[in-house]
Ligand binder design. Structure first.
Ligand SMILES: Nc1ncnc2c1ncn2[C@@H]1O[C@H](COP(=O)(O)OP(=O)(O)OP(=O)(O)O)[C@@H](O)[C@H]1O
Length: 556
C-alpha cells in the first residue's frame, strides 16, 4: 500500500512540476515533455475502456542455423529497424551500433523503452522486453506491441505488414535487376553451335526464382515454357515477394515494375553485402542458366549402412559442390588433358558400341592427403553434369549387396570409391575386417559372402557393368603401390592421375580463387620456394583463406 502511494506520487509528480516548467522552459521543450507524458499516462487509462491486445515478437526464430544456433527472427529485426526510424522522436533511450560500412550508426530501442506509433488514426505502443531471468540461454528479447482490441483487424492486416515492409527497406540493401526491353528478341537464343544462351541477367534471375517460388508459399505466380522441354518456368507476379536463403542469410526478391519497366528487386542485410555480391548473385545467374536450358540438378548418393533388401539402397542429397576445373589448382597441361579425355568420353557413345566396350571410363586419382582428389571428383561431376554415387565399401557386406548398389545406379554418373587401399586387406579376397564394426540386427553375414576384389572388378567392368550406361568410375588412394595390379591395369583404370604437391601454377590458381590476385611482387619468391618446399594445396588454401578473412591471424 505504502509502495503504491509512493509510486503514485512519483508518477504523478510531473503534474506538479509541469506548470513550473512551462513558465521557465522554452515552449518547444515544454510541449514535447507534456505531450509525451500525457500520451503515456492516457494509455494507462485506456484499458479500462477498451481492453488491449498484446503481441510479442521474439528476437530468435524457431529455425536453426547449420551449426544448430537459433536463427534471428526476421520479423523482430524488421520491427526493430522500423521503430528506430519511425519512433525516434518519441523514444528517449536508444542503443547505437556502428554500421559495417561507412561511419553511421544503427539505432535501436533500449530494454524497457516504450514508444508510441500512430497508424491510420490508431495509436499503438511498443516496448522492448528483456529476456526473463532464470530462463535458458536461448530465451530472447522481444518487442511487445499493444493496441486497443477494437482495432485488431487493422493492426493485423495492415499495420504489421506495413511495419515489416518499411523496416525491411530501412535495414536492407536494395539492388534492382532491370529487364532491358530495348531488344525485342526472346529471352533465349540459339547459337551456331546449337547451344542456348540467355538474354542476360534478368532472364537468368527470373529462371532462378522459378526454383525459389516452387518451394515457397507465394500465391500469385505466372508461368512460361522452357526452351528444351515441356516444363514451365514460374515467375513472381507484380508486387509479389519471395524469400530465399543462402549460407544462412535470408534475402528477399520482389517484383517491382516501375514506369512500365520490369524490375526484380533483391534486398539483403547490409552486413552480408560481400557474400551477396561475390557469391550469391553469380550463383543465382548460374543456376538460372541451368534451369533455362533444362540442365538437371545433380545428386550425391551414398550407400546406406546395412540396408534391408526392401529399402532403397541409396541415400540421396542435392550435389552442390562449387569446385570446377577453373578453380582446381594443378598443372594446366595435365588439367587440359583430363578435360579433353572427359569430353571425348561423353560424346562417344557410338565409338564404345562399335568397339564392343561398355560405355565406361575409369580414373585412378592418387597422391598425398589434401592434394585435391575429392575436389577433382567434384570438378569432374560439375563439368559433365553427372550425379555422384559415393560407395562406402566398408558398409557393404557381400557381393550381392554390392550388385544391388550397382544395378540401382542411373546413367550419367560417377561412381566413387575413396581410399580403395583401405577396403581390402589383401587383394586376393577378403575385405578388411574393421574392429568393433556394428552390424544391424537381422543382417546375416557369412565370411565367404563378403565383398571380394573379384566381385568389385566384376561390377566395374564385367557383364553387370554394362547395365547402367554412361558411367565413370573413380578410385582414390594415398598409396598407389599397395593396390593390386588387376584393379588398376589400363583398360580398367584408363587414366592414372597423380595429384601432387603445390606447384607454382597451382599456387596462382589458388591465389586467384582466394584473393582475386593475378600477379604480385612476391610471386617470384613464392615460385622459388615452391621448387624446394613440398606443401599440399590444402595447406596453401588454408593460409590464403586466413589472409582473406578480416581479423584472422595472418601471422600463422
Ligand atoms: N588441387 C586443389 N585445388 C583446389 N583446392 C584444393 C586442391 N587441393 C586441396 N584443395 C583444398 O583443400 C581441401 C581438401 O582437399 P581434398 O579433400 O580435395 O583433398 P584430398 O586429396 O581428397 O584429401 P584426402 O586424401 O585427405 O581425402 C579442399 O576443400 C580444397 O579447398
Amino acid at each position: 500500500m505504502k509502495q503504491w502511494v509512493i509510486n503514485g506520487i512519483r508518477s504523478s509528480g510531473w503534474l506538479l512540476w509541469a506548470p513550473l516548467l512551462a513558465s521557465y522552459a522554452p515552449r518547444g521543450l515544454t510541449n514535447m515533455y507534456l505531450n509525451l507524458h500525457i500520451r503515456r499516462y492516457a494509455r494507462r487509462l485506456v484499458p479500462f475502456l477498451d481492453p488491449f491486445v498484446t503481441i510479442d515478437i521474439a528476437s530468435n526464430s524457431s529455425s536453426r542455423s547449420d551449426n544448430n544456433q537459433p536463427m534471428p527472427s526476421i520479423a523482430f529485426e524488421e520491427a526493430k529497424a522500423y521503430l528506430a526510424k519511425a519512433c525516434w522522436r518519441d523514444a528517449l533511450e536508444f542503443s547505437a551500433k556502428g554500421t559495417v560500412e561507412g561511419s553511421s550508426f544503427l539505432l535501436s530501442l533500449r530494454e524497457g523503452q516504450e514508444v508510441v506509433d500512430h497508424f491510420q488514426g490508431v495509436t499503438v505502443w511498443w516496448l522492448l522486453v528483456p529476456p526473463r531471468r532464470g530462463m535458458p540461454e536461448e530465451s530472447c528479447l522481444c518487442l511487445r506491441l499493444m493496441f486497443p482490441q477494437q482495432h485488431r483487424a487493422l493492426i493485423l492486416d495492415e499495420y504489421l505488414p506495413h511495419v515489416s515492409r518499411q523496416g525491411r527497406e530501412d535495414m536492407l540493401v536494395t539492388i534492382d535487376i532491370v529487364n532491358d526491353k530495348s531488344s525485342p528478341t526472346p529471352r533465349y537464343y540459339d547459337t551456331d553451335d546449337g547451344e542456348f544462351r540467355s538474354r542476360g541477367a534478368f532472364a537468368e534471375v527470373q529462371a532462378y526464382l522459378t526454383k525459389v517460388c516452387s518451394r515457397s508459399d507465394v500465391l500469385n505466380l505466372y508461368a512460361e515454357g522452357t526452351v528444351k522441354d515441356d516444363s514451365f518456368l514460374l515467375s513472381l507476379r507484380e508486387g509479389e515477394e519471395v524469400s530465399d536463403r543462402f549460407c544462412d542469410v535470408i534475402v528477399w526478391w520482389l517484383s517491382v515494375p516501375i514506369q512500365r519497366e520490369d524490375r526484380l528487386r533483391l534486398m539483403f542485410p547490409q552486413q552480408h553485402r560481400a557474400l551477396i555480391l561475390d557469391k550469391y548473385l553469380p550463383h543465382v545467374r548460374q543456376q538460372g542458366r541451368d534451369i533455362m536450358f533444362g540442365k538437371r540438378s545433380q545428386s550425391l548418393y551414398t550407400n546406406k549402412r546395412g540396408y534391408c533388401s526392401s529399402d532403397k539402397v541409396w541415400r540421396r542429397i542435392d550435389f552442390e559442390h562449387p569446385a570446377t576445373f577453373d578453380s582446381l589448382a594443378m598443372n594446366p597441361t595435365k588439367k587440359r588433358r583430363i578435360m579433353e579425355d572427359l569430353d571425348s568420353f561423353r560424346g562417344n557413345k557410338d565409338y564404345y558400341r562399335r568397339i564392343g566396350k561398355p560405355w565406361k571410363r575409369g580414373y585412378l586419382l592418387y597422391g598425398p592427403p589434401g592434394t585435391g582428389k575429392s575436389t577433382m571428383i567434384a570438378a569432374m561431376a560439375n563439368h559433365l553434369n553427372y550425379d555422384i554415387y559415393d560407395i562406402e565399401l566398408t558398409s557393404v557386406y557381400s557381393n550381392s549387396d554390392l550388385r544391388d548398389l550397382f544395378i540401382n545406379m542411373t546413367s550419367k554418373s560417377i561412381i566413387v570409391i575413396e581410399d580403395i587401399d583401405c577396403c581390402f586387406d589383401d587383394f586376393n579376397g577378403q575385405r578388411m575386417k574393421k574392429k568393433g564394426r556394428s552390424i544391424p540386427s537381422g543382417h546375416v553375414i557369412e565370411v565367404k559372402q563378403k565383398v571380394t576384389l573379384s566381385g568389385l572388378l566384376n561390377f566395374i567392368d564385367g557383364v553387370w557393368s554394362a547395365q547402367s550406361g554412361e558411367q565413370i568410375v573413380v578410385l582414390t588412394t594415398n598409396f598407389p603401390d599397395k593396390l593390386d595390379q588387376a584393379l588398376i591395369r589400363r583398360g580398367r583404370m584408363d587414366m592414372h592421375i597423380e595429384m601432387s604437391y603445390c606447384c607454382f601454377e597451382a599456387f596462382k590458381t589458388l591465389a586467384r580463387n582466394y584473393l582475386d590476385v593475378e600477379a604480385h611482387p612476391l610471386f617470384q619468391r613464392v615460385e622459388e620456394l615452391l621448387q624446394v618446399v613440398e606443401i599440399i594445396p590444402a595447406d596453401v588454401a588454408e593460409c590464403l583463406l586466413k589472409a582473406e578473412v578480416p581479423g584472422s591471424d595472418r601471422g600463422v
